[in-house]
Design a protein. Sequence first.
Length: 246
Amino acid sequence: MNKNVIAIIPARGGSKRIPRKNIRQFMGKPVISYPITAAIQSGCFGEVMVSTDDTEIAEVAKSFGAVVPFMRSEKTANDYASTADVLLEVLEEYKKLNKYFNYCCCIYPVTPLINTEILNNAMTKIIETKADSLMPVIRYSHPIQRALQIDFNDRLSYVYPENAMMRTQDLPSRFHDAGQFYFLNVDTFLKNKTLVSKNTTAIQMSENCVQDIDTEDDWQIAELKYQFSNLSQLTFCQNRRGGGSG
């Protein structure tokens, strides 16, 4: 356990697309319990805290071992506050309590597929590479350079016509944010106030172990992936094709 590293799980009460999403039951437990448990069991963090404006979420979080030393302000609990805004507020509140951290990891609350090995590998990589931040990413399954668009006349065309005749295997891979967590060097984050900089590194994830959950269909897919991962006894989700923890 590293006292200089904190896990921050932002979980406001006002989720719109799936009401009360952060504490909805997922495979028999509140979904927020999964990142809390993974963070605690990883041994990476001296403190695992939940930032929330909701007393019910706070009580659920504490029942699974997280701490809620203060409630989130109205300013960072609205629809327009960014993740960076929430983290800055949390770190400022800890500063008032005379608590300081070298690294923080923002873990989103609806991440039931997260596991301890990924968190350990992420912490090791950000420290060893001296990066300002780290995020897990997923490779696009099809090259985005061959993307298509449909115009107002319902006609199809290439977004990048210059790549129309290129073979997909000849195009470089592109990635997107997995939406699970961000590991941050606290000093540089407080200075730059951004999650991604020129000194950001990545861990490549398998699509089997990541699921963005914004709809009921997403929720069902996540449950299927969770059951599959347990059935096949997957121990970690890093994509071994490249871009791993280095």
